[in-house]
Design a protein around this ligand. Structure first.
Ligand code: NAP
Length: 510
């Protein structure tokens, strides 16, 4: 990445006084927003550091970005798919070259540790590699006709302008796993990053720009979800919206899209369970649970937030998990040796602390953690301890609602069936996991768990670029993202019948 933050006129300056104002990217140009309103973009590990100021762009500016994407669509649609894929290969190479700088920016803006940032970026590089190659596989099927001398096949075609609306917790990977398949399919895009991660959003767009995405094919508008999001959904040229974020916002987007009869893909919250049976390798299960619960400060959609443990081993499991959580080193993610960064902002910190209080009020036993940390080096960040609750009942709010913080609820079960029932007893269905050496139970679990992803003897987070990603129940609506299903949402199928009999059909009953 160049020294200057993409989309700004000057590099971000720690301390704030000269912090840049980010720009929108419209019709291939970095343009200053007309809006005078802006929000400060601060480092959640040290709020004295202002990275920049994000303008609150207007609905009019958003509409102009859609107009630009609409104007660029015909030429991009007609660009051969393998050539579109080449642009993504160049983006992959650029991201690989710039990953260290990008990781530091991601850590300063979102708070996750440098190691976690590098992990997210490596996954994104893998996604770009996989999706770029889709340019050479882009096509349909040939399907036999029931008639002689008839040839039938399908082709895939792009939709038009696609809106991509993304959250702050994976601000490199999620935008790319939407933008890349949208572009390789021949769509043009208006991207709205989260208010908490505008600079990372701009860095991602800058990579696509320098990779050679033609003017107008990819646009970015910075601003509040309400204003920019609504303007995107209101514009008649927008043919689809791919959204990742909370259920509250996703439900509204889905309803708006339904009214306009446009496509919506919404990937939302999780309440991901790990099941640990008595025959499991306890050390492995404890380690995976701790990493799943406290990694990325619990701010992953696939974070482990419930662990359902067979009663026979529950005391030992809880003791080991509490000891392990006490070893988590908390601090600024840029510092070597730090395992867990801050909550992303004061609102998320408050949510974490509120739920810790709710768990105690509901009668769960607080085994470890539970406090906000604000002493010494942590004084200016949004830090909270890794927290373990035991004796959580499935009906408690801490067992039902997404907290999105480093809080894990231990639910005790008398056996496999009860554990499975508890695991399924939530509205969400993203990721899941079981630890056992009993192969019969493994396959029963795979069949019966209500989740889009299931891990056997490994934790709930994680995923690979070539495998589908997404959830069931209240978590997900629309085709799976990534992997071989990634292009489904971004393409229409057209069915083609070619009759080479040279005769009129004898029957008209079809
Ligand atoms: P969020 O508050 O729902 O925001 C997501 C995006 O929607 C942001 O860009 C936001 O903009 C925008 N937005 C807000 N109001 C809008 C509106 N009325 N119309 C259109 N867009 C609007 O979610 P978040 O707090 O950023 O992310 C955390 C959530 O994402 C968690 O629930 C997590 O589980 C979920 N998530 C799910 C997955 C998955 O694949 N299932 C992956 C990652 C995260 P502003 O930032 O300006 O508000």
């Amino acid at each position: 990445m160049s020294a200057a933050a993409p989309g700004t006129s000057s590099p971000p300056v720690p301390g704030g006084s000269q912090a840049p104002r980010y720009r929108n990217f419209v019709a291939g140009e970095w343009v200053a927003s007309e809006s005078e309103r802006a929000v400060a973009n601060v480092n959640p590990a040290d709020t004295r550091e202002v990275l920049g100021h994000m303008p609150l762009s207007s609905a009019d500016e958003t509409r102009r970005a859609v107009d630009s994407a609409h104007a660029a669509f015909p030429a991009w649609r007609d660009t051969p798919a393998p050539v579109r894929g080449q642009v993504l290969f160049r983006a992959q190479a650029l991201m690989d070259k710039e990953k260290e700088d990008l990781a530091r920016l991601l850590t300063r803006e979102e708070g996750k540790t440098l190691k976690e940032s590098l992990g997210e970026i490596q996954r994104t590089i893998n996604i770009l590699e996989y999706i770029a190659a889709e340019g050479r596989r882009f096509g349909g099927q040939t399907i036999p006709s029931e008639l002689r001398n008839n040839f039938c096949y399908t082709i895939r075609q792009p939709l038009g302008v696609v809106a991509c609306i993304t959250p702050w917790n994976f601000p490199v990977a999620i935008p790319v796993w939407k933008i890349a398949p949208a572009l390789v399919s021949g769509n043009t895009v208006v991207f709205k990053p989260a208010t908490l991660t505008p600079e990372t959003g701009a860095a991602v767009v800058s990579i696509f720009e320098r990779a050679g995405v033609p003017k107008g094919v990819l646009n970015m508008v910075l601003g509040s979800g309400g204003t920019v999001g609504n303007a995107l959904l209101d514009h008649d040229a927008v043919r689809a919206v791919s959204f990742t974020g909370s259920n509250e916002i996703g439900a509204g987007i889905y309803a708006q899209a339904a009214k306009k009869m446009i496509r919506a893909q919404c990937e939302m919250g999780g309440k991901n369970p790990v099941v640990v049976l008595a025959d499991a390798d306890l050390d492995v299960a404890v380690e995976a649970t701790a990493q799943g619960a406290f990694g990325s400060t619990g701010q992953r959609c696939t974070a482990t937030s419930r662990v359902i443990v067979e009663e026979a081993i529950a005391d030992r499991f809880v003791e080991q998990l509490a000891a392990r959580s006490g070893k988590v080193k908390i601090g600024n993610g840029l510092e070597a040796g730090v395992d867990m960064g801050p909550a992303v902002d004061p609102a998320q910190l408050k949510t974490d602390v509120d739920y810790i209080g709710i768990g105690q009020q509901e009668g769960a036993r607080l085994v470890r953690g539970g406090r906000r940390l604000a002493d010494g080096a942590l004084a200016h960040g949004h830090f909270v301890e890794p927290t373990v609750f035991d004796h959580v009942k499935v009906t408690m709010r801490v067992a039902q609602e997404e907290i999105f913080g480093p809080v894990i609820s231990v639910i005790r079960a008398r056996g496999f069936e009860e554990a499975l029932e508890a695991a399924n007893n939530v509205r969400y269905g993203l990721s899941s996991s079981i630890f056992t050496s009993d192969v019969t139970r493994v396959f029963h679990f795979v069949d019966a768990i209500e989740a889009g992803i299931v891990h056997i003897n490994s934790g709930t987070p994680g995923g690979e670029a070539q495998l589908p990603f997404g959830g069931t129940k209240a978590t997900g609506v629309g085709p799976r993202e990534q992997g071989p299903t990634a292009l489904e949402f971004f393409t229409e199928l057209k069915t083609v019948y070619v009759d080479y009999t040279g005769q009129a059909r004898k029957s008209s009953i079809y």
